[in-house]
Design a protein. Structure first.
Length: 204
């Protein structure tokens, strides 16, 4: 079940799932309002409930148990970087205060971070008819970040900084221009994105 790399993934799809991937992939079951472990993160989902959950006071470690081959197995996740600790704190908060999908949750969000460096960000917004309203695509190439724009024609621009102000992601480009993406999501998700972006090291 171990994922032998340094990638950290946060995904929030209010119509389907929320997942936190560090050493293992944890899925939040919106129907049951609880986390499960996905034992097959690279194929068809195989989720199992977790229990006996404990989070360290410094949010550097999560431990829990699962039923594996009819036996109780203990699993310990340890943080590998700053963003893992942020996500463990978020995990702890959701464990204590259930995450309820809100009417403002329109954005599908995927953030991939490798050793506290953004690898990719994909955010897109759909209406109730599944029609695309807006999108944001940030990619890493040769240790630099770029924003890819597809409308009205494809273009790619180097990013020199990223900030979040109120509910908007502000992209500062090398050509002196800025791009803004308004996040339509609940405050808990926006605050998490803000903390993740504030702790990345791409622009140090």
């Amino acid at each position: 079940m171990k994922i032998d790399d340094n990638y950290t993934v946060f995904e929030y799809n209010p119509k389907y799932k929320m997942r936190i991937t560090t050493n293992e992939e944890l899925r939040y079951n919106f129907q049951m309002n609880e986390f499960e472990i996905n034992q097959n993160p690279f194929g068809e989902e195989q989720t199992k409930p977790i229990f006996n959950v404990e989070v360290s006071l410094d949010f550097n470690k999560i431990s829990f148990s699962i039923i594996y081959k009819k036996k109780i197995k203990s699993i310990v996740l340890t943080n590998r970087n700053k963003v893992d600790t942020i996500l463990y704190k978020f995990f702890n908060d959701v464990m204590k205060n259930k995450l309820i999908i809100g009417k403002d949750d329109l954005d599908n969000i995927i953030i991939i971070i490798n050793n506290d460096l953004i690898d990719r960000i994909d955010i897109y917004k759909e209406n109730n008819k599944c029609e695309l309203l807006d999108s944001l695509c940030i990619v890493q190439k040769d240790n630099e970040l770029f924003i890819e724009k597809y409308y009205p024609v494809f273009s790619i621009h180097k990013i020199v900084d990223i900030k979040i102000f109120n509910n908007s992601i502000i992209i500062y480009r090398e050509d002196g221009k800025t791009d803004n993406y308004h996040i339509d999501s609940q405050d808990r998700i926006i605050n998490l994105i803000k903390k993740l972006i504030e702790n990345i090291e791409n622009f140090i």
